[in-house]
Design a protein around this ligand. Sequence first.
Ligand SMILES: N[C@@H](CCC(=O)N[C@@H](CS)C(=O)NCC(=O)O)C(=O)O
Length: 209
Amino acid sequence: MHFYDCSTAPSPRRARMFIAEKGLDIPTTEVSIAKGEQMADDFRKINPFCTLPALVTDDGVTLTQNIGIATYLEQKFPEPVLMGRNPAETGEIMDWAAIAEQQGGMATAEALRNSNPHMKGRALPGPDNYEQIPELAERGLARAKRFQEMMEAHMTGRDWVVGDAISYADITAFVLIDFQRIIKVKVDETKPALNAWYTKMKDRPSAQL
Ligand SMILES: N[C@@H](CCC(=O)N[C@@H](CS)C(=O)NCC(=O)O)C(=O)O
């Protein structure tokens, strides 16, 4: 296996945290998005979508989505379980990971990519260039704040996003919420349940990588 990472971006951080929570040590290459290395011919040959993360499996297949990478690793290395111990738990974990991506991750991406001058003409990741739409930045910021309120309601009375142990849903929600710092939407004491879970996640060794 070979893992392609970018230490500054949230999507590869999700995969990196998942790999660490599994206790795996996978040979890794750093690809700098800041330097535009994801667009270079060498990397396009590995991932034509020009995005990070990417995992080349032992069978020579390149996986380019967190869901694909996590599902592959969960089946290949079942312990510790991160994607559910029964159908209901797995379903709920996938549900919450999707909610965090759509309501949290996409909101941040909309806010950041449609306002940052360095992302002019790069409003979406991938091989094609798209212009910024300023209204989307405004909407994204509102949605990002709303997502943290939603998570505060969900985390009230819970230790983990789903069930009684850390899962793919916690990793996804944590990384995407932590990245909201970039648009100045921070977790604080005004959301005590979210803050307690966020602090616990932030202290894990897998979050330091
Ligand atoms: N759907 C992908 C998201 C991959 C993605 O969008 N990665 C971003 C970094 S967070 C990227 O590669 N951006 C490259 C660019 O901005 O050109 C996943 O599940 O991991």
